[in-house]
Design a protein around this ligand. Structure first.
Ligand code: UDP
Ligand code: MG
Length: 309
């Protein structure tokens, strides 16, 4: 029997889970005889998500499985747990809110079975219904990321994708604690095709990503897949050193030509503040990397399971 595992991270998704299950089940006949194995990961939800999952499991215990975390570990941890527990020959990752259109699954399957791709990912071609500032920073992030990192990402790429077993095994080999899946997915390589689709709203519930959560997530992405910020810190240091030399030459020159004078307090204070600020900024960058090393060396588990069926 051919099996597709669908991994669904769920955080406070009590409203969307039943709709998700129903909608995806309707796609099943189009999957060329593939059976669907659902792996829901309850990421420490505070609502009745777990109860919904338990009920689905009662209803369809052969195909519906769930892993429930002891607390909220984040979507990245949920994805990792799901991938670890997947048994399928093909593995899909989907959000619970149906923003990832399940009707694309048959097309993804065709690309893998007939066109020789190892991975079929998806990207949104527009950001309709998204706050302007969020779109702006998000586009900026992709541009920056592709400049400074060896994990090349296409604009608007989603986590929604269908992968061969071999690809998932490679992803599981990456056991880092600070996980940035978008980067990990592209870092492992393999022949990838991207399907495009129009953005759509969630069917129910609300997004759990605030602007700041996304901002921190993108910093995480940068730090995990690039050491360019460290280079920037060094360049800033070198640059201000040269400016200091120029100033020194200027002062010596002025002393020789015009003689001594005690004005220039304002410029001095500005320079001290400016350079001090740059130093703190660079220290912050270095600190971020050291912080990540610290967390990595602790070798803490990526998630803790409370219940698993
Ligand atoms: N999610 C999760 N843990 C979290 C936050 C989100 O498992 O801490 C799940 C959430 O249930 C959903 C998916 O990740 O299935 C995407 O989240 P959301 O729809 O809130 O994000 P958006 O689509 O707005 O980027
Ligand atoms: Mg969503």
């Amino acid at each position: 029997m051919n099996l597709i595992s669908i991994i669904v991270p769920c955080y406070d998704e009590e409203q969307t889970i039943p709709i998700f299950y129903k909608t995806v089940s309707e796609i099943q006949p189009l999957l060329r005889g593939y059976q669907i194995e659902y792996i829901f990961v309850d990421d420490g939800s505070h609502d009745k998500t777990l109860a919904e999952l338990q009920q689905l499991h009662e209803q369809d215990s052969e195909n519906v499985h769930y892993i429930s975390f002891s607390r909220n570990f984040g979507k990245e941890a949920a994805l990792y747990a799901g991938l670890q527990h997947a048994n399928g020959d093909l593995i899909a990752v989907m959000d619970a809110d149906l923003q990832d259109p399940p009707e694309q699954l048959p097309e993804m399957l065709t690309s893998i079975l007939n066109e020789g791709y190892d991975v079929v990912g998806t990207r949104r071609v527009n950001r309709k219904g998204e706050p302007f500032l969020r779109s702006f920073f998000s586009i900026l992030f992709y541009k920056l990321m592709n400049k400074v990192s060896d994990a090349q990402m296409v604009q608007g790429v989603r986590d929604f994708r269908l992968m061969k077993r071999q690809v998932v095994d490679s992803i599981l080999e990456m056991r880092e604690y600070n996980r940035f899946s978008k980067g990990i997915f592209t870092w492992v390589g393999f022949k990838t095709k991207y399907l495009e689709y129009q953005n759509r709203d969630r069917v129910a519930g609300e997004t759990s990503w605030s602007f700041w959560k996304l901002f921190r997530y993108s910093i995480e992405g940068l730090v995990n897949f690039s050491d360019v910020p460290l280079l920037i810190a060094s360049f800033i240091g070198i640059f201000s050193f040269f400016v200091a030399i120029l100033f020194m030459l200027f002062i010596i020159f002025r002393k020789l030509v015009y003689g001594g004078s005690v004005n220039g307090w304002a410029s001095l204070v500005t320079i001290i503040l400016g350079v001090g600020g740059l130093q703190l900024f660079c220290l912050g960058i270095v600190g971020k990397y050291i912080g990540n090393i610290y967390l990595e060396t602790k070798k803490r588990p990526i998630y803790i399971v409370k219940e698993h069926k």
